[in-house]
Write a protein that binds this ligand. Structure first.
Ligand code: NAD
Length: 459
């Protein structure tokens, strides 16, 4: 490979160099696409049971290396070890789930006169997956596992800061027996290697996760080639707490709904909307819960929250928070590492920058509301529409508000939103298309309609 330059991977908790990785050029992407095209033809021709078996073996290989993968993610991304283990396990589960779909990728038989009509779900060919740094393993696998299961080859471009677990997954795929070049990882810079994938005529679909600004560029460039593009972008998700909710439970769950992964989560509930009549009581409950979040060494089993990914992300997060702004703050280590304390800002105007833009750090705002209509209006007063939560004991209200909030993933009396067997994706500026769930494989196919005449050949 000719390399554009070396990517330097830093441990965000210590700022030590963990590894340097050669960055792929556009020529590298082109060569990889040629190899992938050849590998895909053989892969799609395999009996479905064989493809499923190989994907299950890949899942077993991930499971056997779960601790190693998790430790690697702690080092390159600063994720807490508990989270990192869950993330590696999520890759295993995604592969298993996708493997179960290979033999169930069903078309239709549609009644027509004069013959038989069937639909066939054919693989797209080569799929490009462009992954972010916030959940390097799960998000890479969200695209990769169903794409492979549906008979495609995958070229994965991990984020600049987090290429190591992706590279290790590609090695494990080979060890598990997946054909060479079927799943290739191309670390490199977004505007170089990522852009080359988007512009490559041999790449049929791009699965992009990252910022809304880059996602729009990917969509524009991809559509010029009529490329299939799905986008998982940012969020500014509400956590709506009604006066009739179990306030203790809502307060106990709120901190990690925006602090998990140091807030670097597109589903982070960063706008806490609280009914005015319980606003002060809720904050009294919330303060000790935020102050007790343990921020520190991500490799320590007891740690709740690690560092931010990079210096530039730290500077970005700092730019949203004035030192003297009123609110509740936790603590964070001093010294090397990209640390920012848990921060909940009070007295913020609903149109303030920190209340409308995605911070992607451990920062949330509290906004009071008066009634249900006010809550829904405030929840929807955002360009984003990815996730949201609502806390109430009133079933009718839970259903009404779930229907009224314009977002793709809502949870009632919990903050759960991502399961590999349920669909995930955004409304509005949060994205296009859905990942995961029962339709995940179909999203990596073209539907072909075939009519077979039962009339004899024309005499
Ligand atoms: P980004 O959009 O720049 O990067 C995401 C991925 O796209 C990376 O792999 C990157 O290399 C690649 N990329 C960048 N430019 C590209 C281009 N021109 N063509 C093709 N690929 C390209 O995001 P970021 O800089 O890593 O983060 C910036 C902000 O984006 C964050 O602060 C956050 O608000 C948001 N973000 C959201 C998510 C999410 O899960 N929705 C993930 C990461 C970042």
């Amino acid at each position: 490979m000719s390399h554009e330059f070396e990517l330097q991977v830093l441990n965000p908790a210590t700022e030590e160099v963990v590894a340097t990785v050669p960055g792929a050029t556009a020529a590298d992407v082109d060569a990889a696409a040629v190899r992938a095209t050849a590998a895909q033809a053989g892969w799609a021709a395999l009996p479905p049971a064989d493809r499923a078996r190989l994907l299950r073996r890949f899942a077993v290989a991930v499971d056997e290396h779960l601790e190693e993968l998790a430790r690697l993610e702690v080092r390159e991304a600063g994720h807490t070890i508990g989270n990192a283990r869950w993330e590696a396990g999520n890759v295993r589960d995604l592969l298993d789930y996708a493997a179960g779909g290979v033999e169930r990728l069903l078309g239709h038989q549609i009644p027509v006169p004069g013959g038989l009509n069937v639909t066939i779900l054919e693989p797209l060919g080569v799929v490009g997956v462009i992954a972010p740094w916030n959940f390097p393993m799960p998000i890479a696998a969200w695209g990769t596992a169903p794409a492979l299961a549906a008979g495609n080859a995958v070229l994965l471009k991990p984020a600049e800061t987090t290429p190591l677990t992706a590279l290790r997954l590609a090695e494990l795929a080979l060890e598990a027996g997946l054909p060479e070049h079927l799943f290739q990882v191309l670390p490199g810079r977004g505007p170089v290697a990522g852009n080359a994938l988007v512009e490559h005529p041999g790449v049929a679909k791009i699965v992009f996760t990252g910022s809304t600004a880059v996602g729009k560029q990917v969509l524009a460039k991809g559509s010029a080639l009529l490329k299939r593009v799905t986008l998982e972008l940012g969020g500014k998700s509400p956590n709506i707490v009604f006066a009739d909710a179990d306030l203790e439970a809502a307060a106990a769950a709120a901190p990690m709904s925006f602090l998990d992964n140091s807030g670097q989560d597109c589903c982070a509930r960063t706008r806490i909307l609280v009914q005015r009549s319980v606003h002060d009581r809720f904050l009294d409950l919330l303060a000790p819960a935020i102050e007790s979040v343990l921020v520190g060494d991500p490799a320590d089993e007891k740690t709740d929250m690690g560092p931010l990914i990079s210096k530039s992300q730290l500077e970005r997060v700092r730019s949203y928070v004035d030192a003297g702004a009123p609110g509740i703050r936790g603590t964070a280590p001093d010294g090397p590492g990209f640390w920012f304390p848990p921060t909940l800002l009070t007295g913020v105007e609903p149109h303030a920058r920190v209340a409308v833009e995605e911070v992607f750090g451990p920062v949330a705002v509290v906004l009071p509301f008066d009634d249900e209509a006010d809550a829904v209006a405030l929840a929807n007063a955002t360009d984003y529409g990815l996730s949201g939560s609502l806390w109430t004991r009133d079933v009718g209200r839970a259903l009404r508000v779930s229907q009224a909030v314009r977002a793709g993933n809502l949870s009632v009396n919990s903050h759960s939103s991502v399961r590999y067997w349920t669909p995930f994706g955004g409304f509005k500026q949060s994205g296009i298309g859905r990942e995961l769930g029962p339709d995940a494989l179909a999203a990596f196919t073209e539907t072909k309609n075939v009519f077979i005449s039962t009339e004899g050949p024309a005499q």
